[in-house]
Design a protein around this ligand. Sequence first.
Ligand code: GLV
Ligand code: MN
Ligand code: MN
Length: 416
Amino acid sequence: MTFAELWESLLPLGRDAGTGGYRRYSFTDADLACRQWFFQTSAERGLRADVDANGNLWAWWDPPPAALVAPGAPRPGAGGAVVTGSHLDSVPDGGAYDGPLGVVSGFAAVDRLRAQGFGPARPLAVAAFCEEEGGRFGLACLGSRLLTGAVAPQDAAALRDGQGVTLAEAMTAAGLDPARIGPDEDLLGRIGVFVELHIEQGAALNGLGAAVGIAEGIWPHGRWRLDFTGRADHAGTTRLEDRRDPMLPYAATVLEARQAAAAYGALATFGKVTAEPGGANAICSSVRAWLDARAPDQPVLDHLVGQVEAAARRAAAAQGVEVGVHRESFTPPVAFDPALAARLARALAARGITAPVLPTGAGHDAGVLAARLPTAMLFVRNPTGVSHSPAEHAERADCEAGVTALAAVLEELAGP
Ligand code: GLV
Ligand code: MN
Ligand code: MN
């Protein structure tokens, strides 16, 4: 099967016909269809697929048992598995590539290696991590955080989606046992290295004229929920001075976040907001909004978020409104393993591929796994840089170049 056929077999799943964007939220029908696709794709390749206790998917290409290795051939190593992969879930109306490109490219690289007659000397797996975007339960990289112990299982199980459904309930409905979630040292201990291929979420490679890049590190980032609570009242009769309108401190906070981010050379975004009860002719009783903040280093991020929070408290007090600030998700700065990145660059250079090294502000499961494993990332050129949008795009030739690069890297890492 070609990359194009494999890519197109996943493309229709979870796509909204109106917007053309993807709505693949964990454990919904769209996500279950993607999981089914993963199992079928694994079965077609004779890969041993399973789902771990945290809802992450694994497709294993096992080396032959020692007894089957031809005399004189190198003996397969035990453990030290080489894992590649990414995620299949999406943000609301996400693009087709963020996540799925890494999973599809992983299977396509396996096909490519097999066609070349390559057999792994150690286990090689393609993985798809659960809820990378935090699009349903709010905590980004939930599956890799649970696997590595970066979130407590009881805290994760109690996370709720926008309808009040807990992660535990959603997992149970999907046939998984939420009592089993949590760190899996046995599984982690079997992995020697993780390499995630991902579409670039910026246009740096385009500027450099390169189809493929290597990640240097990830900016520290997180999301904070702000709850402004005021008092509902009549829009046509309540005097301005009598109002406790939570929309006003919310608006002031948005503007402060933008100004502070610009001043610090950082990024701050309010991309999600709800106002209750939501009458056009009523002052709302509450506004709930989410701040996504990212910065080149931790002290800058701390200052930025501190300044936004202080502004929210000041503006709320001035309007007789209460405000609560709750950190939902956080990833400290990540520096990917420099020796591994250099090894990848050498393996690519040996095949005539020049891969520039880039930092990124986007979060990835590789960033979470980097705390426990030697980890690297490959980026594939995004000509416009647009991501988290239906307009996200990568040229087919660049996707093919990504598969070539990933296959070369897997050959280097899983070869004898
Ligand atoms: C995920 O793509 C993130 O950076 O939030
Ligand atoms: Mn994303
Ligand atoms: Mn992603």
